[in-house]
Design a binder for this molecule. Sequence first.
Ligand code: ATP
Ligand code: MG
Length: 564
Amino acid sequence: MSQNDPSSQPSDFIREIIDEHIRSNRFGGRVATRFPPEPNGYPHIGHAKSVCLNFGIAAQYGGTCNLRMDDTDPSGETLEYVESIIDNVKWLGFDWGDRLYYASDYYDQLYEFALELIRRGKAYVCDLNADRIREYRGTLTEPGRESPYRDRSIEENLDLFRRMRTGEFADGTRVLRAKIDMASPNITLRDPVMYRIKKAFHYRTGDRWCIYPMYDFAHCLSDSLENITHSICTLEFENNRPLYDWFLDTLELESHPRQIEFARLNLSYTVLSKRRLIELVEGHYVRGWDDPRMPTLAGLRRRGYTPEAIRNFCERIGVAKNDSLIDITLLEHCVREDLNDRAPRVLAVLQPLRVVIVNYPEDLVEEFDCPYHPQRPEMGSRKVPFSRVLYIERDDFLENPPKKFFRLAPGREVRLRYGYFLKCLDVIKDPETAEVVEVHCSYDPETRSGFAPDGRKVDATIHWVSAEHALHAEVRLYDRLFQVANPLEGKADFIEHLNPKSLEILKSCRVEASLATAAPGSWFQFERMGYFCVDKDSSPGNPVFNRTATLRDSWAKIAEKGKK
Ligand code: ATP
Ligand code: MG
């Protein structure tokens, strides 16, 4: 497939920068990237963009890409999240070899770097509390003021910092700050905090540390320790680049990666921020991190999205320097395109209506040989039983059809998929509710081929299953998680924009018997109904399906209109 062939990768501004570095031999021709998630939530489709970019670039340039847990904040980081990241990046199809790293493994070295900055007179212990530090920092239009602790001696700073480490001081009473420039127009450079006291248990280092490095300090040094050449991150870190460079230059480190920023993925009708996704999970607005409505990779995967579809999506959106909102129909289009190619076609009736074929022999069962894919004979076929009592889709019948309804109605003839012509003779109603509960039909034995020898035509072909042979199934239909394209826009809490109809559970579906052995995670096209995948809640004989996507491709329509 083209999306897996790195040479087919279209260029972008990041690759142009790398090409230039290769021409100028800036890193000795080397390309080393990393994907550095913080394990404080499950990875989402936005992370996939970064994963595809970092691993994709490494593959394209014959370089390496590390997976690094950026775990320098004890609060909220867990092993469960680490595992979800490892599992999902692997699932996406990427391999970091033996280069799985943890920023928490660098704590000793980071501490040494901090001591070194103190020794060079470039860092000091400050006793201002968080509010005071903010006050002293100034604003975009006003310079900051220097901390009264800024001119402590190197000895005093070394002593205080060591005592911070041994736990002598309470949380929030002291921090270590870089000594840069309180008047810098770039606020990030106004003596940023490097270390804070936080007497908290870390999921990997336990109680070994009670001071933790700040992201800006830890991140660039972790990159340098791993000999990264290109440190690719999202735009919000653009202002931090001078600080990133300051740490590396001040410490005179040989390995000085180049930071390059790109626009993060924003996707319509969902939210891509771990903090908000945690809110959805903890508030039970969804059924967990892998709820098929979630934009997490675990959710998309359970929904039936394929790694190929997601990688293809990431390739199509490309990378840019400006923030934009990507239309979710493009993601849906990518999964349809992939599943159209690979999903076996099967018959399933989601909202069953009983049909009795009055002229079909009581005890006859025919078997139709039905191919799994119309264009791919190599996918083979299966036998589907046909008998006197069928189920058809309730929507495929109307007692009083309007003009443009061509499917089954009293007196009307349709074709059954893979089989006979069927004509509606009569309807049976529930005496109390007047609801149609059964339709009586006749079939034409001469039309087994799907065509009438006398040349008469029908206007519709409908799907069906044999009542006696079909399997009961639960089918979960999903819709957009939010009702509005951008749930974060405006004053309302994003929770208020949740789509109350994002999940519909159908419990009395009937699917063809061949699906009894379908493995969780496998995909199918239910003919005329969409793409579905077997959920892990299935048990033998009781399959549960998730609707991955309908057959209606609104992206293709938008793209078509664009061409005209
Ligand atoms: P969130 O706001 O969801 O918590 P984050 O940026 O804090 O996201 P990290 O775990 O720090 O999450 O991200 C790991 C990597 O993934 C970073 O390099 C980050 O730039 C990238 N990333 C995160 N979200 C997106 C996104 N929406 N689009 C592209 N890249 C992203
Ligand atoms: Mg983060």
